[in-house]
Ligand binder design. Structure first.
Ligand code: FES
Length: 88
């Protein structure tokens, strides 16, 4: 079996997300534990369109984990989601 792929994480840095909490998420190096950081490939990305989608049940800030969009993201929620994703 090959090495486990890193979890792909995109943090939206578009205006709507950035001003509604996305800026806090960009401090991920300060609040994610080193094991989780090592298992993830994390980048900022400009608007992932969640803010323009009226069918979205959740509000900004949005992030994407392995292509799946999550909204109303907080540092705590991101810690939990990535811990699960890395250890899955
Ligand atoms: S600014 Fe984040 S989804 Fe549009």
């Amino acid at each position: 079996m090959g090495k486990k792929e890193k979890v792909s994480v995109r943090i939206c840095v578009g205006t709507a997300c950035f001003v509604q909490g996305g800026a806090d998420l960009l401090l991920y190096q300060d609040f994610l534990d080193p094991v989780v950081l090592a298992g993830c490939d994390i980048h900022g990305i400009s608007c992932i369109s969640g803010c323009k989608d009226d069918t979205m049940a959740v509000r900004p800030p949005y992030i994407e984990i392995d292509g799946k969009v999550f909204g109303e993201m907080t540092q705590d929620k991101l810690c939990k989601l990535l811990r699960e994703a890395v250890h899955a």
